[in-house]
Design a binder for this molecule. Sequence first.
Ligand SMILES: [Cu+2]
Length: 136
Amino acid sequence: MRKTIISIGIICAIILVAIAAAFQSGDSEVIEEKSPIVIEADVIMPTKVSRPGCEETDSCYVPSIISVKEDQTVTWSNEDVAFHSVTSGIYGEPTALFDSGHLDPEQKFSYTFDEKGAFDYFCTLHPWMKGKVIVE
Ligand SMILES: [Cu+2]
């Protein structure tokens, strides 16, 4: 009789340990949270490009040259603390293709390229800031 009670006790203990293990493994599962929608920028205007110097390392727009496919949208993000623009053409000779106007810090600008070619762009406020989009 005593042996039977001890046996039942051991079996119960094993079951409890198994249940505890099952609960623990459940707790350790990674709960997937829905992340907010983030528009990723293709080209970044980094900090300090409002002063000359970035043109020496081709880093006024990063990357300064980007290749995309026809009908692809390019998004620029102003990550500087100063205003900048993304204006098609070259300084002093803008073209009518696109112009972001003055972009506030943290502001983004997007343009969809629907024809093939190489498109220069620049910043109307900082003549040394130059970039190019190649549409293939
Ligand atoms: Cu600028």
